[in-house]
Unconditional design. Sequence first.
Length: 120
Amino acid sequence: MNRTPRVVSCVAMIVVAGGCVTATFVPTQGAVYPSKDRHCSIEIFSSALPDREYEEIGIVEGEGTAWKSNLADILPELKGEGCAAGGDALIIESTSAFSEGREGTAVQRTIATVIRWKTG
C-alpha cells in the first residue's frame, strides 16, 4: 500500500489550516477579579476613551498569523481573555501588521488594556 498520497494530503491540510490566533493576559495590578464567561458581553473602545470612570486591570496581547491575521480573527481571543480576567471593557491601544520568517508569513499583533468600571 502506497502511503504517499495520504501523507501529502495530511501535510496540505496542515498548511491550509496553518493560521493561528493566540492571546495572553498580563495583570498590571495586584487585585484579582472573578472570572466571567469567556463569551461575556465586553465593550470595545478604539477611537475614544470611555466616558465612565474605570480602573486598568491588565493588558491583553493577541496575535494572528497566516490566514488568521486580521482583527476580526484576533478580537474574539482578546475579548475572551478580557472576560476571563473579569474585565468590563477593552481599550485597543495598538495594532500592527508585519511579515516574519523566510516565507513572509503575515502576522498581526493587537494590544489592548483591560478595564473594570468603578462603582459608587
